[in-house]
Design a protein around this ligand. Structure first.
Ligand SMILES: NC(=O)c1ccc[n+]([C@@H]2O[C@H](COP(=O)([O-])OP(=O)(O)OC[C@H]3O[C@@H](n4cnc5c(N)ncnc54)[C@H](O)[C@@H]3O)[C@@H](O)[C@H]2O)c1
Length: 271
């Protein structure tokens, strides 16, 4: 169903790896809602080739490679996007996460700090780099909307989430800080959406992920929010209906974040 909420809008979508990716589902919904898109991912992810299917389904959207930690790549991405659109950009989805310590099985208490630097750069400071590039090139329209994806481990402890908890806390801080400056300068909105655990490549990398998903499902009055639900919410965040929302971390989690305990979990504990 389309409400044409993004008619005439132009956006860059970071992080569509395969059909399970939240970015993939968001790109699909944005296109259905009338947006024009540029798709981007790290060169190594583009070599998988999957993204070309998404591009074809989104009106032959250009696919431009960029390592999100590399300022030259980002400059090239924004310059080419401005040229392609023939104008400035209305929305950006930052849907990027990677933890080297998780990937290499290092416990939080035994963290490798070089890997940690890389994790924070890819998963959090990259949002600063994206915003800085847009700022320097004056690439965003007034009231443009930037959304990055986060997780509740930024506020509360989920042990196996490891260093990504710190990365998400930093990501949410960059959102507030840059959101302030970009709001004052150009009414640009910057927010994070804190999503339920979702079965994707990045998600499944977390140890005990199935346990995470099932626990959250039982602890959420509405159940877990799916990737499709998240895509719908991002559409609303990119639309003009939310133009006074900025610097927020918005929980999109079926009520998990404000639930102390549910009847279902209590019954399990009483067994
Ligand atoms: N899946 C979940 O349970 C869940 C829950 C809450 C938040 N999130 C967040 O959602 C976002 C998207 O993740 P996903 O679950 O769709 O998984 P995903 O694996 O499909 O997406 C992660 C993306 O990050 C990209 N990426 C990694 N390093 C990069 C780099 N250097 N430059 C550019 N891109 C790079 C990958 O290529 C991939 O496309 C992440 O920020 C993740 O932390 C996921």
């Amino acid at each position: 169903m389309s409400n044409r909420l993004l008619e005439g809008k132009k956006g860059i979508i970071f992080g569509a790896l395969d059909e399970k990716s939240i970015a993939w589902k968001t790109a699909t919904r944005c296109f259905e809602e009338g947006a024009q898109l540029v798709l981007t991912n790290a060169p190594v992810a583009l070599r998988m080739g999957e993204i070309n299917k998404l591009a074809a389904a989104c009106g032959n959207a250009p696919v431009i490679g960029a390592d999100v930690t590399n300022m030259d790549d980002l400059k090239n991405l924004f310059e080419k996007s401005l040229e392609h659109f023939g104008g400035k950009i209305d929305f950006i989805l930052h849907s990027i996460g990677m933890s080297l310590n998780v990937r290499k099985g290092k416990h939080y208490t035994e963290m490798n700090y070089e890997w940690n630097q890389k994790t924070l750069d890819i998963s959090a400071m990259s949002l600063h780099k994206v915003l800085r590039t847009a700022w320097d090139l004056d690439a965003l329209n007034e009231s443009a909307s930037v959304v990055a994806l986060s997780y509740i481990a930024a506020q509360r402890v989920f042990p196996d989430y490891n260093e990504m908890a710190d990365a998400k806390a930093l990501l949410e801080s960059v959102t507030r800080m840059f959101g302030y400056y970009y709001g004052v300068k150009k009414k640009v909105r910057v927010n994070t959406v804190s999503q339920s655990p979702t079965r994707t490549t990045a998600g499944s990398g977390v140890k005990g992920f199935d346990g995470f998903v099932n626990y959250a499902e039982k602890m959420s009055p509405l159940g877990n929010a799916s990737g499709e639900d998240c895509a719908n919410f991002c559409v609303v965040m990119f639309s003009d209906l939310t133009k006074m929302v900025t610097m927020q971390n918005i929980f999109h989690d079926g009520g998990f974040s404000f639930t102390g305990v549910t009847q279902e979990v209590m019954e399990q504990m009483e067994k």
